[in-house]
Design a protein around this ligand. Structure first.
Ligand code: RIB
Length: 295
């Protein structure tokens, strides 16, 4: 079974601020740090660091994207399906406040230049039973899902960042939803407690397994047989950027290595807590040895 992540690759510009900039306001930042990022790249790194073999597909700018490809290759990710385009590499402008929380503005760049020809070419290397992981930071997500489902691939969707394109995707094809409360509420078009949202999603997508993340309250998992909750491992928060991606990568990586959902979820929670205790997205993702030694 192979794991394909068709996802975004960004350069993250992280500005340390006293508070998030408000409408009409100009503020100075205390520092600027530049990291590899993008939900797609972060999840591929987390998968690979969890011990899984992962193939990443996507697009970067030929002039400025080499650093992202090098980062993935350094951690064993297959990058043969990343196109180098004339457009600029995607980037994120990230404000990080004193509590380590963030506000993110994205520029899609090459991430929004995926063509159907590229999709067809990439998917020709994958088949029945292979995992496909998607987020919502590239174009053609709906087409990728249609084609992959037709080949019998197992689709994992992290519908982040949420926007109205989600409604155009064939959501009943999703085997695993990994999402937070706000995304779940948007998809169900209802608000409610974590348990209520979990039940709503399960009712709306009866074949899907759902992993709902609840911030400080941990996460909830539900599939046809079981429901269980996972607590967070509390740490001093330095930077939450990329913690959700670490969690997603470790959870799917664990399942692909034969862990039970319960074990994979515990390891994912440990990995995410280590990630929030460090700065940056990609550089904060721990390796499996460190996760297994922790707590
Ligand atoms: O999930 C964190 C990521 O979101 C950042 O790395 C940034 O690039 C945005 O895509």
């Amino acid at each position: 079974m192979k794991i394909l992540n068709f996802g975004s690759l960004n350069i993250d510009y992280v500005y340390q601020v006293d508070h998030f900039v408000r409408e009409g306001e100009t503020i100075s930042s205390d520092s600027l740090e530049i990291f590899c990022g993008g939900k797609g790249l972060n999840q591929s790194l987390a998968l690979s660091k969890s011990g899984a073999k992962v193939w990443h597909a996507g697009a970067v700018g030929a002039q400025d994207g080499a650093i992202l490809i090098q980062e993935l290759e350094q951690f064993g990710v297959d990058t043969g399906n990343i196109k180098r385009l004339k457009n600029k590499t995607g980037h994120a402008i990230i404000q990080k406040n004193q509590e380590g929380q963030n506000g993110i503005l994205l520029y899609g760049g090459a991430n929004q230049e995926i063509t159907r020809d590229q999709v067809d070419e990439v998917l020709s290397e994958f088949g029945e039973g292979d995992f496909l992981i998607l987020q919502n930071e590239i174009n053609e997500v709906g087409y990728i899902m249609e084609q992959a489902y037709g080949k019998g691939m197992r689709i994992i969707l992290n519908p982040s960042p949420m926007d109205r394109k989600i409604w155009t995707y064939p959501l009943p094809y999703v085997e695993f939803f990994i999402l937070n409360e706000i995304e779940a509420g948007d998809i169900c078009q209802k608000s409610g407690s974590g348990r209520e949202l979990l039940d709503q999603l399960a009712e709306k997508f009866p074949k899907a397994k759902v992993l709902l993340t609840l911030g400080q309250d941990g996460s909830l998992y539900k599939d046809g047989q079981q429901v269980f909750e996972q607590k967070i491992y509390p740490v001093h928060v330095v930077d939450t950027t990329g913690a959700g991606d670490t969690f997603t990568g470790y959870f799917i990586g664990g399942l692909s290595l034969g862990e039970s959902p319960e074990q994979a979820l515990d390891h994912a929670a440990k990995a995410a807590s280590i990630a929030v205790s460090r700065a940056g997205a990609a550089p904060s993702i721990p390796g499996r040895d460190e996760v297994m030694r922790s707590y």
